[in-house]
Design a protein around this ligand. Structure first.
Ligand code: NI
Length: 480
């Protein structure tokens, strides 16, 4: 699933497309209260943050749908040098997405349209020779809360993927697990006798103790998903050991992670032999768009879920060739990872809209969670472009009065749905738009898919011949 330099737009046609992006300013959250909001929206960790925009060559692998009957969005980072860790995340994510799509997107299950899968990431450490990522999964088709966390670690010194338990020295793991059991057994909902069965088996232990991070002051926090060590009704358990307690247990790798979490050394060096240079188009709008859609035939192309490298950059060059304007509904965690691409979009005269932080169905969230999703994203957009967005597109087109009341942003849905996320077929995407386009339509596409970007030149060429002018959503609305 890695990109090939020979066929940049033809690879990645599998279930996941490699896109660039990531979350900047996404604080690592070892000490956060679990389950207190949409994934990726609850910063913590004593103010320490990892800025993914500073990770050279970072790409985000994103897969998502935009359909009410099959709601899923999954992303994880691919960091040059840490391919073994990327593979571990890829395996886990693809398995979850495949299982979800089979169970919830096909046949009768799809018609019900109730379940949603969301997998988001945050960096826990990315400096020196250590990299740490937590994936948070919310699976509405799973039993219980469907919330689970896993942490993935990479050791640049040994060029090896590490598990959470690898933070602890092998010789100390029994002592560590005994201390864990001691802390857990007094918790409500935990059966002390069954803890032995769960944590004494080494294979089971690795699967259960799979979410550990250091706090900014050197302590170690282990989080257990609902139902893993206690009754499901008891929700998650969080156990934290202070620095002094964990000191004798840590592996050499654990000590380095502890150091880089508390006092990051700055640069990240995993010994990567190749780091792709991001290409950022430098087109700038020569003037404000004065197209009057009351006088000429207009259409608004919209691109969701990005930015993504290199797809977004390629798209910008196509749009510039036809002097076409478009609207990008960006996902906050991707804006944070690639602010330079969002700035390039804005500089070229395109409009930037808000598509939430990590693509949840907003109608399933509380008003505070909706606000957090949108405000955090607007802040990232404004930081990148100097302009706050005025439009938002709700993921899956799902919007209700609660969502509308939680924001001053104006919702934008669409007239033409290319279903490009499903087909991944450039010719089909182009044909759909060309066949369905009517004056003043808003067209839905996704710039995370190379196939969608590849469809754009044909769309621009054919519709230009038919007299269409490509404008932003706000320009279109100004005339309606
Ligand atoms: Ni979307």
């Amino acid at each position: 699933m890695r990109k090939s330099s020979l066929f940049p737009s033809l690879v990645l046609l599998g279930s996941l497309s490699l896109t660039a992006a990531c979350s900047s300013g996404v604080p690592a959250s070892p000490g956060s209260e679990p389950g207190d909001g949409p994934a990726g929206s609850s910063p913590a960790n004593g103010g320490h943050t990892v800025d993914p925009a500073r990770i050279r060559g970072l790409e985000i692998v994103t897969d998502s749908s935009e359909h009410g009957a099959c709601r899923y969005a999954a992303s994880y980072p691919a960091v040059p040098g840490a391919e073994r860790m990327t593979s571990a995340m890829q395996k886990d994510v693809e398995q979850r997405v495949d299982t979800f799509r089979t169970g919830s997107c096909e046949g009768d299950a799809a018609a019900e349209g109730s379940a949603e899968l969301n997998i988001s990431y945050e960096f826990l450490a990315a400096s020196g020779d250590v990299l740490g990522v937590r994936l948070t999964t919310r699976d509405g088709s799973a039993a219980g809360s469907g919330l689970s966390n896993s942490t993935y670690w990479y050791d640049g010194e040994d060029q090896a993927a590490r598990t959470a338990l690898d933070l602890v020295d092998e010789a100390s793991q029994d002592d560590f697990v005994s201390a864990l059991k001691e802390k857990l057994k007094s918790r409500e909902g935990v059966d002390a006798a069954s803890l032995d069965g769960i944590l004494d088996d080494p294979a089971n232990r690795t699967a259960v103790v799979d979410d550990m991070v250091f706090t900014a002051d050197g302590g170690l926090t282990a989080t257990f998903d609902r139902g893993e060590v206690g009754v499901p009704a008891a929700d998650q358990y969080v156990v934290t050991f202070p620095k002094t307690a964990v000191a004798p247990w840590l592996s050499d790798f654990g000590k380095r992670v502890q150091r880089q979490t508390g006092r990051p050394s700055g640069g990240l060096d995993l010994g990567a032999t190749h780091e792709p240079e991001p290409s950022v188009p430098v087109e700038t709008a020569s003037e404000d768009d004065t197209t009057d859609c009351a006088q000429v035939t207009c259409i608004a192309l919209t691109f969701d879920d990005g930015p993504a490298a290199p797809e977004t950059a390629t798209l910008l060059t196509y749009l510039a060739r036809y002097k076409a304007r478009a609207t990008f509904f960006t996902v906050g965690q991707n804006v944070a990872a690639h602010p330079e691409l969002v700035r390039a979009e804005s500089d070229a005269g395109h409009e930037i809209g808000n598509h939430s932080w990590n693509h949840p169905d907003l109608t399933g969230l509380t008003p505070d969670e909706v606000r957090s999703q949108l405000e955090r994203t607007s802040t990232a957009i404004e930081a990148a472009t100097g302009k706050a967005p005025t439009l938002f597109r709700p993921p899956y087109g799902a919007v209700n009065d609660t969502v509308k009341a939680a924001t001053t942003l104006s919702p934008v849905l669409w007239d033409v749905d290319t279903e490009d996320w499903k087909h991944r077929d450039a010719a089909k995407v182009a044909r759909t738009v060309i066949d369905k386009a009517k004056p003043n339509d808003v067209v839905l596409m996704h710039d995370i898919h190379p196939t969608s970007v590849a469809a754009v030149p044909e769309i621009l060429r054919t519709l230009t011949e038919r007299g269409f002018h490509f404008v932003t959503v706000s320009r279109l609305r100004a005339a309606l």
